[in-house]
Every structure is written in structure tokens, then in C-alpha cells.
Design a protein around this ligand. Sequence first.
Ligand SMILES: Cc1cc2nc3c(=O)[nH]c(=O)nc-3n(C[C@H](O)[C@H](O)[C@H](O)COP(=O)(O)OP(=O)(O)OC[C@H]3O[C@@H](n4cnc5c(N)ncnc54)[C@H](O)[C@@H]3O)c2cc1C
Length: 268
Amino acid sequence: MYRLNADQQRVVSEATAVAAAHIGPDAARVDREGVFPEKSIAALAESGLLGLNVPHTFGGREQNLRTVAAVLDVVGRHCSSTAMIYLMHLCGVACYAAAPGKTESHLRAAARGKHLSTLAFSEIGSRSHFWAPTSRAMQVNGGARLSARKSFVTSAGHADGYVVSTQATDATQPLESTLYLVLREDKGVSVSAAWRGLGMRGNASAPMALEDVALGEDRELSSRQGPRDDARGGAARVSSRLGGNRRGRSAGWSFSNGSTASRRRRHV
Ligand SMILES: Cc1cc2nc3c(=O)[nH]c(=O)nc-3n(C[C@H](O)[C@H](O)[C@H](O)COP(=O)(O)OP(=O)(O)OC[C@H]3O[C@@H](n4cnc5c(N)ncnc54)[C@H](O)[C@@H]3O)c2cc1C
């Protein structure tokens, strides 16, 4: 389906073995109890697969979207919650990789399995209209302060890094957005409600509140000069292909639908 070369096939085989041994066996419990799949994410971390799209320079596998889609497909057939978390992690990492000067330590940590990322784009107010956030960063003493209400953040409270969209400090209209890296330990970051899904119950896609979070220039992932070639462009590309909207999420939904459909078939 993905027409992979030998190297890409090896990566997918490795992911298949990890998913069969560690992810699938815990999937029913994760869904039943609605808990974050810690063991599955640990298995991806230990096998180096959290570094799937981290560049070689930073210790990762540097795999492209084709391999990423095939690996997500495999993971999703074993546990849809894990696949959703992994998908959003890879989207976050793609944003880091577009601004390596500011994110090198996080890229290296992801490659070592020590950093989980996600996107915090959707807002109460703008919802699926990612390109027009309602929140806006305020310029304060050379840095920025950000308050925002995010409506769905996969891995909320579990991820180490959150790529957050908001209107730029000098925006004149909502389309002038920018991306910041917010870390879990930053002051003012909290999960504001629980995720109670009908399906994919372990992915913790809960709302989050950012209250006057202080962000230095080192956390701004989008460059002011060339948004198409930087993290914002990277996020849009990866998000549109993988996670943030229809086609990408359809990779995500297809694993969940695929596994749900096969369970339904067995039941009938
Ligand atoms: C499991 C899960 C995980 C998620 N993870 C993340 C994440 O990690 N990060 C993140 O940022 N977001 C995440 N999201 C949010 C997701 O990407 C969408 O933003 C969100 O599902 C859409 O918001 P909404 O439900 O408020 O729908 P709305 O945007 O209100 O849309 C509701 C319906 O109205 C339609 N609609 C909306 N606007 C218009 C319009 N102008 N004209 C016509 N029709 C319209 C839509 O197509 C849809 O059918 C996640 C969502 C889910 C379900």
C-alpha cells in the first residue's frame, strides 16, 4: 500500500513487532479503563520509535511521511489510542525539526525516548479553524506572555512539549498566527477537564488552559520572515497530511475504524 523501500520496510517490521508484543496486549484494558497507554508509549520510546522523524543529526531515524503513515497504520491496528498519541507526537516533532536551533535538546530527547510531544492548536472559539486562533500572545519585555483555552490536546498533561498556535504579538488579524513551544512544567499550564471519549478512550485529548505563560524568544518556533518554510509551514504540512485535519486524521481514524470494524465483524 505504501510502496516502501527495503529500509522503510525494516522500520515497519520493527514497529509491527513492538506493537504485537507490547501495544496490542494492553489495548483492551486501556480502552476499558480509559487510561493513558503508558506501557505502549514506553515500548515506542525504548525501541527508538519516538525518534521516527527526528533527523539523523539528532540521533533519530529521519523517516519520511510515507514510513510514518505505514508505522502509524501498524500501531493503530493494535491500539487506536496509542496511534493517536503517537501521531500527534510526530506532528509536534516535525515542528521542532523545522526550528532545530531552538529545539535540539528536545529532538535529541525524543530520539532517546525521553520526550513526548503534541500539538495544541484547536481552541474554544476557533475549533477546527486552526489557521485563525482566537488567543493572542502579548509582547512583554522582549518575550511573550500567552493565555489560551485549548479545546482538544492529545496527551494533555502527559506530553512533555506542546506546540501551541496563537495570534502573533503583532498580528493585525487572526490569520497572522505563530507557534510557540510550551513545556509541561511551565508555570500557568494546566489540564482543564477530563477526556471522556466514546472510543479511543486512552488518548487523553482533553482541554488545556494556558494562563499568562511566559515564553522567551527561544520558544518561538515560527520565524517572522518565512512562515512557509519554518515550523508553522512544517506543522501545517505534517498536520494536514497526518493529523490535524481530514486526510491525516483519516490515517488515525482508519486505524480506529479498522480495528473497531474487525471487532464488529468478529462479534457478528
Ligand atoms: C480524538 C481527538 C484528538 C484531537 N487531538 C488534537 C490535538 O492534539 N491538537 C489539536 O489542536 N486538536 C486536536 N483535536 C481537535 C480536532 O483537530 C478538531 O479541531 C476538532 O475535532 C474540531 O472541533 P469541534 O469538535 O469543535 O468541531 P467544529 O470545528 O465546531 O466543527 C463541527 C462541525 O461543523 C463543521 N464546520 C465547522 N466550521 C464550519 C463552517 N465554517 N462551515 C461549514 N461547516 C463547518 C465541521 O466540518 C464539523 O462537521 C482532536 C480531536 C479529537 C476528536
